[in-house]
Design a protein around this ligand. Structure first.
Ligand code: ASP
Ligand code: MG
Length: 427
């Protein structure tokens, strides 16, 4: 058997396998890792925008594509990438074998299009590695042993495939090769001076992925934290170190605030005139959970009027909006009406140092106020503050917060020996 520490899992995202040149480049990287003495498992995403195209193809046929068949369709994209990359590697004089998620032993529950990995039966991967071969695994998919059907893991799910395989094999690292050079203090397309973060803790990365950072799928970070898998998020186009995602104990002294994240692909549902009695919120959110709708910010006030009716608002992914509205409709007589805002914006500030430094929330609100950006909802965790704001103000809000908290390239970290420039002035 190979040594535990010489197994490397390398995941390549869609842009990193988009065309023949990119596939050959990825193949060369995989081969170099092998030639450096590692056993290599590579997990590939579908090429370029091909998953979007498959989704569009389904909606050309049906308004509500059958989820089982959707998974049959979507899982093909990753298989194409793996077969092509395997051909490229074989031409380079190495032996590679491509496997579907099911062949690779990725066992999931049976919730189509959002399945969760429940087991990785890695015997076939181990056997193939043992024969000195490179293993290519189609990301984003698995098989439900209950239904015996192919499932997919939700958009961006190849990250989770890679981390799950790294955990099952005890790999030394799960490398995520992508079209950006790492995790940044804000989206560099919005903030050109955003800083590449050398290290981020699992907790911070969880908050960042949950609040809109697209670089790693949320579930992959959750999985990495649960199994202590180090992630190295890096560019597939240049050979520089990227961002390490590690346990907090290994991330050393850090600034108070790490990043500003944003999203504009969420919607808000407001249930108007909810009866103020025990059990109603339980019914609403149980029904949403059963329909697999993920709810983020929730707001409800104790009613002040005599009618004892409250308004309850929450945010969901825009894709889940129709389901959320249906689910509440099916609950019957719990409220007057349901209102929706299809497009809302959200800006969040994340940083592990917030736990011990008061005043961050005040500063966020003060900055948004100064910029005349109206805050519609607020939610916090010990290391995150999120504000729902109008969608067309998101860019301005991200830029203002990034500047106010001095997160850019030229920011001086708090352990700056001169001590002259605190990272977050005025806290
Ligand atoms: N191809 C899938 C998607 O576009 C999965 C992935 O890329 O991770 O979401
Ligand atoms: Mg991705």
């Amino acid at each position: 058997m190979p040594e535990r520490d010489d197994i490397v899992v390398m995941k390549f995202g869609g842009t990193s396998v988009a065309g023949p040149q990119e596939i050959k480049r990825a193949a060369r990287r995989i081969v170099s890792a092998r030639e450096a003495g590692n056993r290599v498992v590579a997990v590939l995403s579908a090429r370029g925008k091909s998953t979007d195209e498959l989704v569009a193809a389904a909606f050309e046929i049906s308004d509500r594509p059958d989820p089982r068949e959707m998974d049959m369709l979507l899982s093909t994209g990753e298989r194409i990438s793996c077969a092509l990359a395997s051909m490229a590697i074989n031409d380079m004089g190495h032996k590679a074998v491509s496997l579907t998620g099911s062949q690779a032993g990725i066992v999931t529950d049976s919730s189509h299009t959002k399945a969760r990995i429940i087991d990785v039966r890695a015997d076939r991967i181990k056997e193939t590695l043992g024969k000195e071969q490179i293993v290519l695994v189609a990301g984003f998919q698995g098989v439900s042993t209950d239904s015996r059907d192919v499932t997919t893991l939700g958009r961006g799910g190849s990250d989770t495939t890679a981390v799950a395989i790294a955990a099952a094999l005890g790999a030394s690292v799960c490398e995520i090769y992508t079209d950006v050079t790492g995790v940044f203090s804000a989206d560099p397309r919005i903030v050109p001076g955003a800083r590449k973060l050398p290290v981020v803790s699992y907790e911070e990365m969880l908050e960042m992925s949950a609040s809109g950072a697209k670089v790693l799928q949320l579930r992959s970070v959750e999985y990495a934290r649960n199994y202590n898998v180090p992630i190295h998020c890096r560019s597939s186009f240049e050979d520089l170190p990227g961002t390490l995602v590690l346990p907090e104990s290994e991330t050393m002294e850090r600034p108070i605030i790490t990043a500003v994240t944003h999203s504009d692909d969420e919607s808000r549902v407001t249930v108007v005139g909810v009866r103020d009695e025990p059990g109603i919120a339980g019914r609403i959110f149980t029904a949403l959970a059963e329909a697999n709708v993920n709810v983020d910010v929730i707001i409800q006030n104790e009613p002040v009027g005599d009618d004892a009716l409250a308004d309850l608002s929450f945010t969901v992914d825009r894709d889940d909006l129709p389901t959320a509205v249906d689910v509440i409709g099916e609950l019957g007589e719990i409220s007057h009406s349901v209102r929706t805002d299809e497009r809302i914006g959200k800006v969040s500030i994340v940083g592990a140092g917030m736990r011990t430094n008061p005043g961050v929330a005040a500063k966020v609100f003060e900055v948004l106020g100064r910029e005349h950006i109206n805050i519609e909802m607020i939610s916090t965790s010990p290391i995150k503050i999120s504000c729902v704001i109008p969608a067309d103000e998101v860019k301005h809000a991200v830029q203002s917060l990034h500047a106010a908290f001095d997160l850019g390239d030229d920011a001086i970290l708090p352990d700056d020996p001169t001590g002259e420039n605190p990272t977050v002035p005025g806290l």
